[in-house]
Design a protein around this ligand. Sequence first.
Ligand code: PMP
Length: 305
Amino acid sequence: MKDKAVDLVWFDGQYLKWEEAKVPIFVHALHYGTAVFEGIRAYSSDDNLYIFRLKDHMQRLHKSANVYSFTTKFSVDELCNATVELIRKNAIRESCYIRPLTFVGLHGIDLNVTKNSPTHTTIIIFPFAKYFSGDGISVCISSWRRIDDDSMPPMAKASGNYLNSVLATQECRRNGYDESILLDRSGCVSEASGENLFLVRDGKLHTPQLSDSILDGITRNTAIIIAKELGYEVIERPISRTELYLAEEIFLTGTAAEIIAITRIDGNVVGDGKEGMLTKSIRENYERVVVGKSEKFMGWLTPAW
Ligand code: PMP
């Protein structure tokens, strides 16, 4: 989606026409990356359009804003209600992507952003299907390291962080890969440019721990809960690069990417080069959960209609 996809956006409490939602070129966020955002999906099913873990995403937006002392003028509940209302006003019934963004407005060139600095919040929606095509992707280890907590907190979903992801993505696409895996400062596996990572060894799931420069992904959390529900052990710990080459299966999790198998890493085939059994069972369960086919997890869904 590179241009107008729906009629209305939500901007600071108002429903505005897409073309009317404008900002001055001097907004702080444009110059310094002083913004936090979320990526949320809504899934069309037989009977409704379900927004997945809406409240958790809006809570994370608030937490990210807090890390940088950005004021959020709208409560989590207000943002959740605005999202539902925006879907309705745009008459969206198909699967879509929802992008809430809180950014620092006119604040000159002063870097001392405080709770008193002006902020704005917007929610943009657009129809969205698959992020990666096919059943498995080919990845490389990036020569760029993941941003580190002692310089730029990866756990805050801040716009500026994504320059690190842009560099890693540019490099991997230049070299013919679909996605890049970044190592953390100490050389352990961190995450992909926009997804968390899991691997399977001896039938157990392993994933980098929160202190390994990762975003506390909501799909990661969902995958962990589903995996445990299916009876798999999940271990959060530092993972060395070589373990990626020894893994039976590797997969990524993210709102946009959903659950996608890695079938080649740095040119090495993972497992038998196809989506593995464990990945498949977690993916299939995830796909049932998000469309409301799993009674147990209906609490994660907000019906839009
Ligand atoms: N890591 C990064 C850097 C991301 O941008 C994302 C996407 N938000 C994720 C992980 C996955 O997070 P989530 O499952 O909450 O979408």
